[in-house]
Design a protein around this ligand. Structure first.
Ligand code: 4AD
Ligand code: MG
Length: 431
């Protein structure tokens, strides 16, 4: 007997196979039972025809409960109507473990209930599809950076510094010292870029943000590339090529998942480099003309502002050259203008907001030292970071892409809580 998975049944058309699976759903009549089977690799319909199996077997198939685990045996058949293209003509159902009173029934449930049952909710077809797309974006990330000469470097999670401002830190104890959970690996990635040239990281980051929006997580995963000798323009080029690459990879390798999610793929098909740009000054003018009277030069953008700007474009848009006062201490000033920095945020289409923050970094020792002072940061904690500007300092740039916001945009799901297996939110640490 061939033991296989749902994803691989296409190899065994008209052959009998055995699959370990769960019963996602079931419906039956007097003569036929339809079992919706899932095994992690995918979903397939199993058809049990009363006339083809023993009476005992038909009874067992009719009474098997939702989420019971089974070994199912059946003949693989082509089926044009199913999303997978195949179904299973079941010959045997062997119950491994009977599931009793599974809490997530096929009826509608409220979000809090589903979040309390996140450990089970992950099994649903929709959540499965989102996790598969997340996985594809991670796979494509490694592929893109490896193909382009980057090395993966892992910055620490426990740190003594605060690259993105001191107000949103998770403080902890490191024996007798104060420590923080990493908000960003950037500063360490800058050190790594001076050793390896082009580097990227992928890991969890933490922000004790009191924001309760559909774009904010307390713990989120970030991809942070950093490149020696890359200036502002070079940085934007990597970003638009990388984002295009991941979107096109998802289109190519996750068509079934995007269909499950009801995603409008025509919007994604347009996501190809280059991306449009607007500088901060023009973005402010644009918003004022649109009727946002409350915003003026020097203000940061909120979600409605970002959405209004993004709506003018079909691709993600870079907002560049923000006022120095709005951005972290490490950003390189515009050589033509002291009041703005060489930075860009990449705003996703369709209201998904900022998915990337990046910039050229200050490479002058004196200027960086001055900025650390101005920002009231502890100079001792940044001694090593300053030293990167003492031994062969070079222009360099990098950025951070938030994985969950990117997954939300690509899948079209409303809220980032569905784009990470176990979301950490303002009021949620369970499960
Ligand atoms: O713009 P941010 O704060 O930039 C940095 O941390 C830089 N040090 C990155 C770098 O240059 N290496 O964060 C980068 C991205 C944002 O654009 C957003 O996609 C995501 O991280 N992000 C969040 N995602 C979910 N929940 C949150 N609370 C997030 N905060 C930032
Ligand atoms: Mg940002």
């Amino acid at each position: 007997m061939i033991k296989t998975t749902i994803a691989e049944v296409y190899k065994y058309v008209d052959q009998e196979v055995k699959i370990g699976a769960w019963i996602a759903n079931k419906r039956s009549s007097g003569k036929i039972a339809f079992l919706q089977l899932r095994d992690g690799s995918g979903f397939i319909q199993g058809v049990v025809v009363k006339a083809d199996v023993s009476e005992e077997m038909f009874k067992a198939a009719k009474s098997v409960t939702q989420e019971s685990s089974v070994y199912i045996t059946g003949k693989v058949q082509k089926d044009e109507r199913s999303p997978l293209g195949y179904e299973l003509l079941v010959t045997n159902v062997e119950v491994i473990h009977e599931s009793v009173d599974y809490p997530i029934t096929p009826k509608e449930h409220g979000t809090e209930f589903l979040m309390d049952n996140r450990h089970l909710w992950l099994r649903s077809r929709r959540q499965h599809a989102v996790m598969k797309v997340r996985n594809e974006i991670i796979r494509a990330t490694y592929a893109f950076f490896n193909e382009n000469g980057f090395s993966k470097v892992d910055p620490p999670i426990l740190t003594g510094s605060a690259p993105e401002g001191t107000s949103e830190l998770f403080a902890t104890k490191y024996f007798d010292e104060d420590a923080y959970l990493s908000q960003s690996g950037q500063l360490y990635m800058e050190a790594a870029a001076m050793a390896l040239g082009k580097v990227f990281s992928f890991g969890p980051t933490f922000r004790a943000e009191k924001s309760k929006t559909r774009r904010h997580l307390i713990e989120f995963w970030m991809i942070e590339p950093e490149m020696a000798f890359y200036e502002f323009e070079d940085n934007l080029k990597v970003q638009e090529e990388y984002v295009s690459y991941i979107v096109q990879s998802v289109l190519e390798n996750c068509s079934l998942e995007l269909k499950t999610l009801g995603r409008d793929t025509s919007k994604l098909e347009q996501i190809k480099a280059p991306f449009p740009r607007i500088n901060y000054d023009d973005a402010i003018k644009f918003l004022q003309e649109k009727g946002f009277d409350d915003i003026e030069w020097g203000d940061d953008f909120g979600a409605p502002h970002e959405t209004a700007i993004a709506e003018s474009y079909e691709k993600p848009v870079f907002i560049t050259h923000y006022p120095t006062s709005l951005k972290p201490f490490y950003m390189q000033p515009d050589p033509n203008r002291e009041d703005v920095v060489l930075c860009a945020d990449l705003i996703a289409p369709e209201g998904y907001g900022e998915i990337i923050g990046g910039s050229e970094r200050i490479h002058d020792f004196e200027l960086l030292k001055q900025r650390i002072k101005e920002h009231d940061l502890d100079e001792d904690a940044y001694k090593w970071y300053l030293e990167l500007r003492q031994y062969g300092s070079v222009p360099h740039s990098g950025f951070g892409l938030g994985l969950e916001r990117t997954v939300a945009w690509v899948t079209g799901v409303e809220h980032v809580r569905e784009t990470i297996p176990f979301p950490r939110l303002l009021n949620r640490l369970y499960p």
